[in-house]
Ligand binder design. Structure first.
Ligand code: PLP
Length: 382
């Protein structure tokens, strides 16, 4: 096994092994089965939604969610420019056109006053806005207290991209439940994983039934194969659902571990000038990834310098998402910007945050950062 310390490696062990083996031995090696039904029930219960549909990825979940709320080729859909490309791609799959909006500089989540301005502009132009897709960045919910009334007033459905946020809350309410429908991801680097997978959660059972139908090739319930529209092969397999069930049992422990890591980074960087921890004050975050932002003027160094130092010690870091309005695939897309996402991309860095990281590994990472800081500033922090 490589000694590299990764950003967010899968955290799996004996419990996952036993669930997976039991599913394999049960004979349900198919994209249906009792573990799939149970995983949907467990996730719905965990987030307090009336129902859930398990699918093959978070991207598939977003695609079906957008189709479900009626997004189509004549629509524009508002997407934060600071996100993983899947959010924007899912809009394109429907034939709609994404319009990007900038983020809050301290949380990375959608800038709600700017969103209000964008919705006004689009309405004035007579555009049909099919949906707004807020993203719960790095496991911190968007400001739904401000965002939901705004979208309700504009008559635009909210599709929540909670891919990174299972277990997070906002005002006590669980991530995934803020829009008409929410999308979760169980990709290998997420807070819980099925190696690849995703889930739709909603209180709207008709919407979920439609998504389930589309996810199973839109097959009609007849003895022969009958299809009245074009569907997708998007269902999660029963085996992977078994893995997900085991992970869900451990979710609270994994969140606690990630928060512990975040607290240690916060303590380490607290005395360092020019370093800010993104979303640090959010006590309801699931702490999926801890991300710092460095003002090079005040700090005297750049995130790229720290990244290079850590890479030399086999420690993985990553820049914050490159904004969608900077992606060649979205060149020319309409955007309403303040420069906040550009600044976060230039100055942000995500640090190893996985719940599987051992105490010695974390000690090693913190030691390597401390070594860097003492070289740069002449003063170790710990
Ligand atoms: C914000 C966001 N949206 C969507 C996705 C897509 O999820 P998946 O990789 O499961 O398709 C991801 C992660 O991969 C993500 O971080």
């Amino acid at each position: 096994m490589s000694p590299t310390i990764y950003l967010s490696p899968p955290d799996v062990g004996p419990l996952e092994e036993s669930y997976l083996l039991a599913a394999l031995r049960s004979g349900w090696v198919a994209p249906v089965g009792p573990d799939l039904d149970a995983f949907e029930r467990d996730v719905a219960e965990r987030v307090g939604a009336r129902g859930a549909v398990a699918v093959s990825s978070g991207t598939a979940a977003l695609h079906l969610a957008l189709l479900g709320v009626g997004v189509g080729p004549d629509d524009v859909v508002v997407v934060p420019t600071l996100t993983f490309v899947a959010t924007a791609n899912a809009v394109r799959y429907t034939g709609a056109r994404p319009v990007f909006v900038d983020c809050d500089p301290h949380t990375g989540n959608v800038d709600v006053p700017l969103l209000a301005e964008l919705l006004r502009r689009l309405a004035n132009r007579g555009e049909r806005v099919g949906a707004v897709v807020p993203v719960d960045m790095f496991g911190s919910c968007a400001d739904y207290t401000a965002l939901l009334p705004l979208c309700a007033e504009a008559g635009v459905p909210v599709v929540e991209d909670a891919a990174e946020a299972l277990g997070a809350r906002h005002g006590g309410r669980p991530a995934g439940t803020f829009g008409r429908i929410g999308a979760l991801s169980f990709n290998g680097n997420k807070i819980i994983t099925t190696s690849g997978g995703g889930m739709l959660v909603s209180d709207d059972l008709a919407l979920l039934a439609r998504a389930r139908h589309l996810a199973t090739q839109a097959r009609e319930p007849l003895p022969h194969y009958e299809h009245r529209e074009t569907g997708y092969n998007y269902r999660l397999s029963n085996l992977l659902a078994a893995l997900g069930r085991a992970q869900l049992v451990r979710l609270d422990g994994m969140i606690a571990r990630r928060r512990q890591l975040r607290d240690r980074y916060a303590k380490l960087f607290a005395p360092v000038p020019g370093v800010e921890l993104i979303g640090a004050e959010d006590a309801e975050a699931n702490c999926w990834l801890t991300c710092i932002r460095v003002d090079p003027e005040r700090a005297g160094w750049r995130t790229a310098d720290l990244a290079t130092h850590l890479a030399g010690r086999e420690i993985e870091t990553r820049p914050v998402w490159k904004p969608m309005h900077r992606q060649p695939a979205y060149a020319g897309a309409e955007s309403l910007l303040t420069g906040a996402a550009d600044a976060l991309f230039a100055e942000g860095l995500t640090l190893p945050s996985g719940s599987a990281l051992t105490d010695p590994q974390i000690g090693y990472v913190l030691g390597a950062i401390d070594e860097f800081l003492s070289l740069r500033t002449g003063a170790a922090t710990a």
